[in-house]
Design a protein around this ligand. Structure first.
Ligand code: DAH
Length: 338
C-alpha cells in the first residue's frame, strides 16, 4: 500500500509538471481526484485495511490529496492567466487609431423655421390642427367666400383633381373644417403643404403655409395686431417694425397685408426691399361674416381674426435667401449652412 501511494505521488508530480495545457491539467484532475480517480480508489479501499493501520493510512492519503490539489491548482492558474492574456492581446483596442468620420444630418431649414413658428404660437396658447391636402372645392373656395366664377379664384393657380376636388391652394380651408367641428373660443394654427401651378425664383408648385385664427366674442383687429407683432419680433428681432397695409381676401373683411421693416437694410432702402424699406410677409384680416355663416356660426355672436403665411417666404426673409428653389434642390452646400 505504502509503495502504491509513493508511486502515485511521484507519477502525479511528474505528469502535472509536464502538462502543457489547461485541458491536460483538467484531465489529470479527473485521473487522480475524479470519482473513479487513482487516489479516490485508494481512499475508498481504506475500509479493507486492518483497524490499527487505518488511521495512519488515512492521514497519508489525505496529505497526498492536498498535495495533488495544490499542484493542480497552481498549474491551472498559470494556464488560465496565459489564456486570458492571449485573449486580451487579441482583442486589444488601439485607442490612438483615428476614428471614422460619421457625418450627422440635421433638420431641413424649412422644418427648422416651421418648428420655430409653431413653438411661438403654441406658447401663446394656439393649438395645432391639420387638414387634407386633397381638398374639396367647397372648403378650398366656396366656404371661404370664393363663389363660382368669382375672379378671386384666379389669384390661386389651382391644380384640379376632379370637378369638385383640388390640391389645396392654401391652408385657409382648415379654418372652416375646424369651425364646423368645434365651438368658440378657438385659437388654432394649421401648418401644412399647399400646391399651386406656378414656378419661378419666388414660386414653386408645392410649398408650406401656416394658417392661424382666433374666434371668440369681442375679438378685434387690435388682438390680431398684438399677436402678429409678438410673433414677428420673436422671429426677426425686437427692433423689427410691423406695418398693416389694406388689401383684399374674400374670406376676411377688412383684409390686410403685413410688412416688416427690411431685415437687410433695417428700413433705409436696399435692393432686397426694392428701396421701399419694407418686406411683405403675410396676409391677414377679420374673418368675413359669410365664412362664419358657412361654418354654422352666428356672425352676430362671434368675431375673429385669421392670418396666413408662407413658411419658405419667412425662412427666405430670415436668412436672406433670394431663390425659393434652393429649398428643394437638396444641395448640401446650401443645407449645411443651417
Ligand atoms: N390664404 C391666403 C393665401 O394663400 C393667405 C391668407 C391671407 C390667409 C389672409 C388668411 C388671411 O387667413 O386672413 O394667399
Amino acid at each position: 500500500m505504502l509503495n502504491d501511494i509513493q508511486s502515485i505521488k511521484k507519477l502525479a508530480g511528474e505528469e502535472i509538471e509536464k502538462a502543457d495545457s489547461l485541458k491536460a491539467i483538467q484531465d489529470l484532475k479527473i485521473k487522480y481526484l475524479g470519482k473513479k480517480g487513482l487516489l479516490t480508489a485508494k481512499i475508498k479501499s481504506l475500509g479493507s485495511i486492518p483497524q490499527e493501520d487505518r488511521r495512519e493510512y488515512g492521514r497519508i492519503l489525505n496529505e497526498l490529496k492536498v498535495y495533488i490539489e495544490e499542484l493542480i491548482g497552481r498549474q491551472e492558474r498559470i494556464f488560465k492567466t496565459a489564456e486570458l492574456n492571449k485573449t486580451l492581446q487579441k482583442q486589444r483596442i488601439d485607442v490612438t487609431v483615428p476614428g471614422f468620420y460619421m457625418p450627422t444630418g440635421h433638420l431641413h431649414p424649412t422644418t427648422q423655421v416651421l418648428d420655430e413658428i409653431i413653438n411661438i404660437f403654441t406658447s401663446l396658447g394656439f393649438n395645432v390642427e391639420e387638414g387634407p391636402e386633397v381638398e374639396l372645392d367647397f372648403y378650398n373656395f366656396e366656404a371661404l367666400n370664393f363663389p363660382q366664377d368669382h375672379p378671386a379664384r384666379d389669384m390661386q393657380d389651382t391644380f384640379f383633381i376632379g370637378d369638385d376636388v383640388v390640391l389645396r391652394t392654401h391652408t385657409s380651408p382648415v379654418q372652416v373644417r375646424v369651425m364646423e367641428k368645434n365651438t368658440p373660443p378657438l385659437r388654432v394654427i394649421a401648418p401644412g403643404k399647399v400646391y399651386r401651378c406656378d414656378a419661378d425664383v419666388s414660386h414653386i408648385p408645392m410649398f408650406h403655409q401656416l394658417e392661424g385664427f382666433m374666434v371668440d366674442k369681442h375679438i378685434t383687429m387690435s388682438d390680431l395686431k398684438g399677436v402678429l407683432e409678438v410673433f414677428i419680433q420673436m422671429v426677426f428681432g425686437a427692433e423689427t417694425k410691423v406695418r398693416f397695409r389694406p388689401s383684399f381676401f374674400p374670406f376676411t373683411e377688412p383684409s390686410a397685408e403685413i410688412d416688416i421693416s427690411c431685415v437687410i437694410c433695417k428700413g433705409s432702402g436696399c435692393n432686397v426691399c426694392k428701396n421701399t424699406g419694407w418686406l411683405e410677409i403675410l396676409g391677414a384680416g377679420m374673418i368675413n361674416p359669410r365664412v362664419f355663416e358657412m361654418a354654422g356660426y352666428n356672425p352676430d355672436e362671434y368675431t375673429g381674426f385669421a392670418f396666413g403665411m408662407g413658411i419658405e417666404r419667412v425662412a427666405m426673409l430670415k436668412y436672406g435667401i433670394d431663390d425659393i428653389r434652393l429649398f428643394y434642390e437638396n444641395d448640401k452646400r446650401f443645407l449645411e449652412q443651417f
